[in-house]
Design a protein around this ligand. Sequence first.
Ligand SMILES: NC(=O)c1ccc[n+]([C@@H]2O[C@H](COP(=O)([O-])OP(=O)(O)OC[C@H]3O[C@@H](n4cnc5c(N)ncnc54)[C@H](OP(=O)(O)O)[C@@H]3O)[C@@H](O)[C@H]2O)c1
Length: 263
Amino acid sequence: MRVAVAGGTGAVGRHVVELLGAAGHAAVVLTRSTGHDLSAQDAATAGVTEGAAASGAPRGLTVVLAGCAAVIDVSSIATTSAATSTAFFGAVTRNLLAAERAAGVPHHVALSIVGAAAAPSAYYAGKKVQEDLVMAEPVGWSILRATQFHEFAVQIAEQGRMGPLQLVPTMRSQPVAAVEVAEALVEIALGDPRGLDRDLGGPREENMAEMVRRYLAATGQKRPVLQVPLPGAWGRALRDGTLLTARGARLGRQTFAEWLAAL
Ligand SMILES: NC(=O)c1ccc[n+]([C@@H]2O[C@H](COP(=O)([O-])OP(=O)(O)OC[C@H]3O[C@@H](n4cnc5c(N)ncnc54)[C@H](OP(=O)(O)O)[C@@H]3O)[C@@H](O)[C@H]2O)c1
């Protein structure tokens, strides 16, 4: 099968592309590095004319998606601005869905985050827009909500470094291996559309400050870790389990300790 992967070079996207290839499928990688700015206004139609294609100009999504059985969207933007996040996920999702409709792609698979529709964060505002657009789509779609990847602890460590100190928000997390999320996405994309699928989380709950402490120790970094409860509704969501899977979710296999040991 031919499957397009929006964000196919990212933390989870690169596993999706590898898994598709290993199973004998053709992965079409859509990222800015492969010439597709999915948030650009004309991404769906740019270069669709025969002349543009012949001239080697970047081809529109509609042309590239022809013959695809599914599109897996694992694109992302690093931002703490709700406006930037909603603009990005809104534009990418609208462009992909428009091009899929025009090209006759029967299945759109989006990766979202457990708690994205409930927890008020700037980044999650964009994920909520993405989910709403996909759910309103008459053509086949699947949404998988996953918990944070193990790598999230590294991002928190980088963002929270303050002089000799390491600040970490008080946060309950259920980290999952990115490759296991990729496995689930590929399985979904190769089957019939599922709508909102069962959530996917890691095998056990962890405390983020403890995860960061263990990551720093495993990588030879010595900084005292200070756990800070964030104020407001977002801080509460981090602490009250909103970002954990509910009963009935599917659970990944690799623990955070196993991921650390493999670094
Ligand atoms: N990280 C987590 O803990 C986590 C947990 C659950 C769900 N998720 C979701 O998983 C998805 C993937 O996250 P990730 O952490 O794997 O992302 P990532 O590592 O930041 O990768 C982002 C990907 O998007 C591409 N991209 C960025 N801007 C683009 C644009 N304008 N046009 C086309 N492609 C663009 C990037 O390639 P270029 O830069 O070359 O364009 C890259 O391939 C996101 O939707 C995220 O919300 C993440």
